[in-house]
Each structure stands twice: as C-alpha cells, then as structure tokens.
Design a protein around this ligand. Structure first.
Ligand code: ATP
Ligand code: MG
Length: 158
C-alpha cells in the first residue's frame, strides 16, 4: 500500500530524537500541500532517510538545525530534502561524494565512525525507484541533499 509522506518523515525525526536532543540540534519537518502518498519500498527509503539525517547530525555542531522537507516540483514527482547548517563539504570533494567508501578528510571522518557507503547506497536505492539524488554544500555553511521519486514507477528493482 501507499506511504503517507508526512508520517514517514515524522518517524525519521522520531528515530533520532535522542541523538538530536543530546547534541542540541533542532529538527523541523515540513510538507508542502500537493504532496501525495506514494508507492515505495519503505524499508529502503527509510535507509536513505536514516543515512541523510545521521550524516547531518554527525556533521552539524551543537545548536544547529536540520530541515526535512517534502514538496512536489510537478504532479509526477515527490521531492524530499534533508538540509543542515553544519560544517559543509569542500568544493573539491563534491564530485566524488557519492562514490563508495569516499569520505571527506580522513581525520574528521575517522572520529565519526562509518564506512563511507551511506550515500552510494542511497543513490542506488533512489535510482532503483526511478529517481535521482543530488547534494549541494558550502563549506562552513551547510549541506542539502535532495532526492526525487516518481509517484508512479513500473517496479522497484534492487
Ligand atoms: P556510513 O554512511 O557508511 O556510516 P559515512 O556517513 O562516512 O559512513 P556517507 O554517508 O556516504 O558515509 O557520506 C560520505 C562522506 O560525505 C562523509 O564521510 C562526510 O565526509 C561527507 N558528508 C556526508 N553528509 C554530510 C553532511 N551532511 N555534512 C558534511 N559532510 C557530509
Ligand atoms: Mg552516512
């Protein structure tokens, strides 16, 4: 059956409520009117959302903000973004960020744990849904990851 988008996004925020509170990071979930419920592989999309939110938490200092937003750029597509006002990613690393095992600056990443697989897996999952994913970031300003999913696709093949 179809997934209710606002509910899905509220649940992601809930899964991280402890960490968010611990790090004093505020999270805001907003859903534009026009967003419809959607057929998707819920476990896989949760995996994408969990990685994006956990990345934002890892790379956003205390007192920061995370915005999880859903909109529909046109009637055929759902667009979800996770935006933070954290440390950002240097311009030179942006083109490689979706590669497997790629992590910015070994030193800052090692301290955080993780394997550098999250974004490459996220891209595979989104592609399997017939969608696309992009990352925008400004060093010292923050990072925004946006992915789009068609409301209708033939079949999710993973
Ligand atoms: P894993 O997701 O496998 O636990 P990871 O989080 O290091 O490990 P990715 O999610 O693929 O791996 O992210 C790759 C790298 O991109 C991260 O190591 C980090 O350097 C950078 N990065 C990702 N998201 C952000 C963000 N929101 N802010 C700053 N840097 C980020
Ligand atoms: Mg990650």
């Amino acid at each position: 059956e179809k997934t209710e988008v606002a509910e899905m996004l509220d649940e992601v925020a809930d899964r991280f409520s402890f960490q968010l509170e611990q790090r004093n990071i505020a999270v805001e979930v907003t859903v534009e009117p026009g967003v419809r419920s959607i057929m998707l592989d819920r476990d896989r999309i949760d995996q994408v959302l969990d990685n994006l939110v956990s990345n934002s938490i890892k790379y956003t200092p205390e007192g920061g903000h995370i915005k999880i937003h859903a909109g529909s750029p046109d009637t055929a597509r759902l667009e979800i973004s996770v935006q933070d006002d954290g440390i950002g990613i240097p311009r030179k690393d942006l083109s490689r960020i979706f590669e497997r095992f790629y992590r910015v600056d070994k030193a800052r990443s090692r301290a955080m744990g993780g394997t550098g697989l999250g974004l490459s897996i996220a891209r595979e999952i989104v592609k399997a849904h017939g969608g696309s994913i992009q990352l925008d970031s400004e060093l010292g300003q923050g990072t925004k990851v946006t992915f789009t999913l068609p409301y209708h696709q033939e079949e999710v093949v993973l």
